[in-house]
Write a protein that binds this ligand. Structure first.
Ligand code: NAP
Length: 261
């Protein structure tokens, strides 16, 4: 049986194993998927273990860039890798967060037709900014401003800026920080919300984070990161196993996951 894993730090909350098993069931294949929560000092040993015993793995916070030196080939253009395929004992990097995110927008029927504010400047924010820069004016706010600037410079983004809250009135706010796992509010209270129509939290566990709760109470549309998780996993399975599910299978699995999670 093929073996896959998710490697990250403090990721006991992850539903990746469940999502990959659901996709595998839909595609009528069998696989094993393990969650590996690793401290930084154990990262290299974990990569070696994965290389020798697994067929591929996903990577999450905070290791999406740390994997780069270990790749034989990198197909991700954003400097963040979330999917690794293992072929002939070599690691090949990909990023399916961006495509997963875009597909989740379509699934949720979210139209990007105004200013977008991305909260955070880590691996997820980087990938989301790269995709949205092609279709909208994007503003990044991060605790560490330098990291927001780096995203814009590294990826040579044309329509993305460091957020200036005096001028900005976003229509869509995306939380791509880790704030929300432990009841922390990710939306700074000085963000203007008069034009705000949709809040998108990339976090999916808990299902309702403080920013989603805040939006619900104001009748602002709010979605969590479950559909993004599903579509990035589906794209990883396309890479690993050539899985292609029909639209009705996709909707059925997603509805099941939404009911269970
Ligand atoms: P990351 O690279 O570790 O980035 C973490 C981000 O959170 C950074 O911008 C960091 O700011 C910010 N942050 C952390 N603690 C903070 C605090 N106390 N106050 C303010 N900002 C803080 O992580 P990532 O991989 O980008 O993931 C970010 C989020 O996206 C996570 O919640 C992850 O679960 C989610 N995600 C979801 C999916 C999905 O499929 N649904 C996929 C990918 C990621 P600094 O730069 O200042 O440290």
């Amino acid at each position: 049986m093929k073996k896959y894993a998710l490697i990250g730090r403090n990721i006991g909350y992850s539903f990746s194993a469940l999502v990959h098993q659901e996709i595998a069931t839909g595609a009528e294949i069998e696989l094993e998927y393990t969650i590996m929560s690793i401290e930084p000092e154990g990262f290299v040993a974990a990569i070696n273990r994965l290389k020798s015993g697994f067929d591929g793995f996903n990577i999450t916070k905070p290791y999406k860039s740390d994997i780069l030196p270990y790749l034989y080939k990198n197909n991700s253009v954003t400097g963040a890798v979330n999917t690794v395929d293992i072929k002939n004992n070599e690691l090949i990097g990909y990023n399916t967060d961006g495509t997963g995110f875009l597909k989740s927008l379509v699934y949720h029927n979210i139209k990007v037709d105004g200013d977008v504010l991305i909260l955070g400047a880590g691996g997820a924010a980087r990938t989301i900014a790269y995709e949205l820069d092609k279709i909208a004016d994007v503003f990044i706010y991060n605790r560490t401003t330098e990291k927001a600037k780096s995203i814009i410079d590294d990826l040579k983004l044309k329509n993305t800026y460091v957020a200036d809250f005096d001028k900005l009135s976003p229509k869509l706010v995306i939380n791509a920080t880790t704030l929300g796992y432990n009841h922390e509010m990710s939306l700074p209270d000085y963000v203007k919300t008069d034009k705000l129509e949709t809040v998108y939290d990339t976090i999916y566990n808990p299902k309702v984070t403080p920013i989603i709760d805040w939006a619900n109470k104001r009748e602002i549309r709010a979605v969590n990161g479950l559909a993004m998780l599903f579509f990035q996993a589906l794209d990883a399975q396309k890479i690993w196993n050539g899985i292609n599910l029909s639209q009705s299978q996709i909707l059925e699995i997603l509805k099941n996951l939404e009911a269970r999670i």
